[in-house]
Ligand binder design. Structure first.
Ligand code: GLU
Length: 295
């Protein structure tokens, strides 16, 4: 019987140029795809209007090419896929998995303050589950299960066994935002399913979103991929590196320097000479990755 073929992806948000943190995610997903002799795709997550920086997507694509990471198919742009998000929401509406929510951020913060004064949970308290109480609909939320069914578990190939209780740790979460934007959680699940992604390799800052995505996959009736979350690169203050926390753009004239730093962050020990050319670097890094994470 033939195995399902490997399809992986790198899904940057064009909020600025590639930096060492995003390079680590790109490299890890690339190496995993190469180690599995699989397909590697790039998706530009450009639907978060307020965060998208004009020109950043082209800059990221040019940097990936300069660094020798070429996607096996043309990149997918989320902004061209809005109809699919609309269809997915309609499917969830028809099955009554979602409900409209009229709460403002302030109302949610206030009710959490009263309900959970002594607890740390920030789960949405489900105020609009049973109706809008005369308020206008602002967002659409996915109803998460109660009781034992709320506990979602998965085995992360890097981080090991994970569980999250969606009811107590997350609450009913937003798929269509009050500012008329599609939520990342919905878009990422629809896009990965449509692209038949079998393996997701990305930064550990998204570990906390994975249970939500697995639950949403079940609601939409699509397969769940396997997950591997690599440690995030932090700055001196322990914050995830991003443009906001001081990440600088990569020196595109010295790709091997940055790639060797990224491989070091991934704990890969490379043969001497790996820094002689991109070809030798990728051969050594793919072998080191395959040894650690299997082919
Ligand atoms: N666009 C997300 C980011 O740049 C990554 C999404 C994903 O890999 O699932 O943080």
């Amino acid at each position: 019987m033939s195995q399902p073929s490997y399809r992986g992806r790198f899904a940057p948000s064009p909020t600025g140029p590639l930096h060492i943190g995003s390079l680590v995610s790109a490299l890890a997903s690339w190496l995993d795809a190469r180690a599995h002799r699989g397909i590697w795709l790039v998706r530009i997550e450009d639907i978060d209007g307020p965060r998208t920086v004009p020109g950043a997507a082209d800059d990221i694509l040019a940097t990936l090419a300069r660094f020798g990471m070429h996607a096996d198919q043309p990149p997918v742009w989320q902004s061209a896929r809005i109809d699919r998000y609309r269809q997915a929401l309609a499917q969830l509406q028809a099955a009554a998995y979602v409900y409209p929510c009229g709460c403002t951020r302030k109302e949610i913060a206030d009710s959490l303050l009263h309900a959970h004064a002594r607890h740390t949970t920030l789960a949405y308290p489900g105020t609009c589950r049973h109706g809008l109480h005369g308020k206008p609909a602002r967002a659409w939320r996915l109803r998460v299960p109660d009781g034992d069914a709320a506990v979602i578990g998965f085995d992360d190939r890097w981080q090991g066994a994970q569980t999250q209780n969606l009811a107590t740790e997350v609450g009913d979460f937003v798929l269509r935002r009050a500012d008329d934007q599609w939520a990342y959680q919905l878009a990422v699940v629809v896009d990965d399913a449509d692209a038949d992604i079998t393996h997701i390799v990305r930064g550990a800052d998204l570990l906390d979103s994975t249970a939500r995505q697995i639950y949403l996959q079940r609601c939409l009736g699509v397969a769940s991929p396997s997950y591997l979350h690599v440690p995030v690169v932090t700055n001196g203050d322990g914050e995830k590196l991003s443009k906001q926390t001081g990440a600088t753009a990569l020196d595109v004239n010295r790709p091997l320097d940055a790639l060797c730093v990224a491989a070091g962050h991934l704990g890969l020990t490379l043969d001497s000479g790996a820094d002689a050319s991109l070809e030798r670097f990728y051969a050594a890094a793919t072998a080191a990755w395959a040894q650690r994470f299997g082919e």
